[in-house]
Design a binder for this molecule. Structure first.
Ligand code: FES
Ligand code: FES
Length: 166
């Protein structure tokens, strides 16, 4: 009698600092795992092809496309989502600057935009507008026209420099 092949794999990782152990389908993307299995829906799904950046998360400290990463590839790793990064207070000033500058409308792109902006500010504490535009070039926003987003990031960089952060 032919046996049934179980396509799932057990993985163990940390998500926002908490240990997680789950069986997942070998072909399941990281973003689907985060949203469906862990019910962390702050990470969004847009194109599912690596183009829009909506699914951005951190894997082992580096930004990654959740739609192009398999959940099983994160076995043994550390994943951070917008929920964890926001709860840590790490981007509180950036979030406030986005709100002040009206740098979001529908909010679909915003979690990924914040994570990308935070990485940008880490690498470029005094970014120019051109550096910000280049840094955000993999994150699509269909609403804002980007101007307010760039203003919010510039304002955050300025405040961090004045406050000795970043
Ligand atoms: S959903 Fe992953 S890049 Fe668009
Ligand atoms: S605020 Fe709507 S996609 Fe960016």
């Amino acid at each position: 009698m032919a046996g049934t092949v179980d396509p799932s794999v057990e993985i163990a990782l940390t998500v926002n600092g908490a240990s997680v152990r789950r069986r997942v389908e070998a072909r399941k993307s990281l973003v689907d795992f985060i949203r469906e299995d862990l019910e962390l829906t702050g990470t969004h799904v847009g194109c599912e092809q690596g183009a829009c950046g909506a699914c951005t998360v951190r894997v082992d400290g580096a930004l990654a496309r959740g739609c192009l990463t398999l959940a099983v590839q994160c076995d043994g790793g550390a994943v951070e989502t917008i929920e964890g990064v926001a709860a840590s207070g790490e981007i509180a000033d950036l979030q406030a600057a986005f709100a002040t500058a009206n740098a979001l409308q529908c909010g679909f792109c915003t979690p990924a935009m914040l994570l990308t902006a935070q990485e940008l500010l880490r690498d470029h504490p005094s970014p120019t507008g051109a550096e910000i535009r280049a840094g955000l070039s993999g994150n699509y926003c269909r609403c804002t026209g980007y101007h307010a987003i760039i203003e919010a990031i510039l304002a955050t960089a300025r405040r961090r420099r004045e406050g000795g952060r970043g």
